[in-house]
Design a protein around this ligand. Structure first.
Ligand code: PLP
Length: 439
């Protein structure tokens, strides 16, 4: 494949900066232009090869350029690209049947969208319509998308455009416990403190609350989560008030956490949620999201509420092939096995590094929290340095976290043991270089 020169790259970047918003292409001093991928690797326009430890942005669920997905898209593109939800679609029915079964939600109905934001927006529309209330609960440090309503449930001001949300949102504890008054608590004490906080917030709410929306593992929040069972404890309180539980599985779903197919299952005693939202990985890069809810909740919308592109033949064809591959090859099991090895490797690296405060997560959803060397002070600078250094070592990773100081590791779920080793070696070198630069 022909490669571009430094000058050609600079010219493209200048054109980008002149016409696209300043808040795009913010990773790396010299943003990367990816041109193609295969398996767990991607290549940029200058011919550099990288191991993709960010899986697109958790969008490449199985593998880059997975032949089955490419074939499904190509075949469908040759037939019809779009046929709207006004008509029947065989692929949409088949995909909905599979997802409804996998969701664990009884009498489930599936509504397809084009993104995670639209899925969460729809979940809010359902919950607020069903409960006739615009009061919702969200977790602190949450991220659920960037529509007018989704930004109203984003528990970190730096991730949401300034705007007046149409929702009345009440935030509760439940995602983060790395620092502050919750840090020293045992799991049981932490759960009790969060439940007390929830009860307190509900006591203040005055009026009906429609739903609690929660990411089982906070994604943009830096791959943090409350202890297993937290949401089960929340559910008991929610049930007493008739409040719906929405689980946002946009990042944690599809077996990524290894131990569970859905993130909410780490809170298994809670039973299935009332509403489940998904997106990112299901289309392996195609714009696909969706909402699953009991028929009673889904069908509370009576108007002609369609999404023009939601569940289009081309995205559902891709998603069916992708999901089929994931299940047939037990990529959840692979995430558990290879993710476990990778986590052990990262933990042993971290033991000798003073910029790493914590390695966390499960399966192939691992977070590394960075601090100023030898301190407990979160360091976004360290995260930036590690990203740049990792790039030099041929590794792409994500960042996030409340203070922008967490590394996010979420490769395609087909990662091999050898690739986990390749990535750990590159990351180890990048961490050492970043630490040296900060000392
Ligand atoms: N929910 C979660 C947990 C997310 O991480 C994101 C995006 O990062 C979204 C929703 C929004 O998804 P999208 O960007 O597809 O609209």
């Amino acid at each position: 494949m022909a490669t571009v020169t430094e000058n050609q790259h600079a010219a493209l970047l200048a054109r980008h900066r002149a016409v696209l918003p300043d808040w795009l292409a913010t990773y790396y001093a010299k943003p990367i232009e990816l041109t193609h991928g295969a398996g767990r690797h991607v290549w940029d326009a200058e011919g550099n090869r990288y191991l993709d430890f960010f899986g697109g942005i958790l969008t490449t669920m199985t593998a880059h350029a997975l032949p089955e997905v490419t074939a499904a898209i190509t075949e469908q593109a040759g037939k019809i690209l779009h046929s709207s939800t006004l008509y029947l679609s065989r692929q949409a029915v088949e995909l909905a049947e599979r997802i409804a079964r996998l969701s664990g939600i009884p009498d489930a109905r599936v509504f397809f969208t084009t993104s995670g934001t639209e899925a969460n927006d729809t979940a809010l529309l359902l919950a607020t319509s069903y409960r006739r209330s615009n009061q919702v609960l969200a977790l602190r440090n949450s991220y659920h998308g960037r529509s007018f309503s989704a930004i109203g449930i984003t528990g970190n001001a730096s991730w949401s455009p300034t705007s007046l949300s149409p929702l009345q949102t009440l935030y509760v504890h439940g995602g983060v416990r790395t620092r502050g008054p919750y840090a020293h608590l045992s799991d049981a004490e932490f759960i009790a403190a969060c439940v007390a906080d929830l009860e307190d917030v509900l006591g203040q709410a005055g009026g009906q609350v429609a739903a609690l929306i929660a990411e089982p593992v906070q994604g943009v929040g830096g791959f943090t989560s409350g202890p297993d069972g937290l949401l089960a404890a929340f559910k008991e309180v929610l049930d007493r008030h008739g409040i719906l539980w929405i689980t946002d599985e946009v990042q944690a779903g599809w077996g990524r956490t290894g131990d569970h197919f859905w993130g909410w299952q780490a809170h298994g005693q809670a039973g299935p949620p009332d509403i489940l939202t998904f997106a990112k990985g299901i289309g392996n890069g195609m714009s696909m999201g969706g909402v699953v809810a009991r028929a009673e909740v889904m069908n509370c919308l009576t108007a002609n509420s369609i999404s023009t592109f939601g569940g289009s033949p081309i995205t559902t064809a891709a998603a069916l092939a992708n999901l089929g591959h994931l299940l047939d090859h037990d990529l959840q099991g692979n995430a558990r096995r290879v993710g476990g090895l990778l986590r052990s490797r990262l933990e042993s690296l971290a033991a000798s590094l003073s910029i790493v405060r914590e390695v966390r997560g499960r399966g192939l959803m691992l977070g590394v929290e960075l601090v100023e060397p030898g301190t407990d002070i979160p360091s976004a600078t360290a995260a930036g340095l590690v990203l740049e250094a990792a790039r030099e070592h041929g590794l792409l990773i994500g960042k996030g976290g409340r203070a922008g100081n967490a590394l996010r590791i979420a490769p395609p779920l087909s990662l091999t043991v050898a690739e986990a080793e390749e990535g750990a070696t590159a990351l180890g070198a990048a961490l050492k270089e970043a630490q040296a630069a900060l000392e």
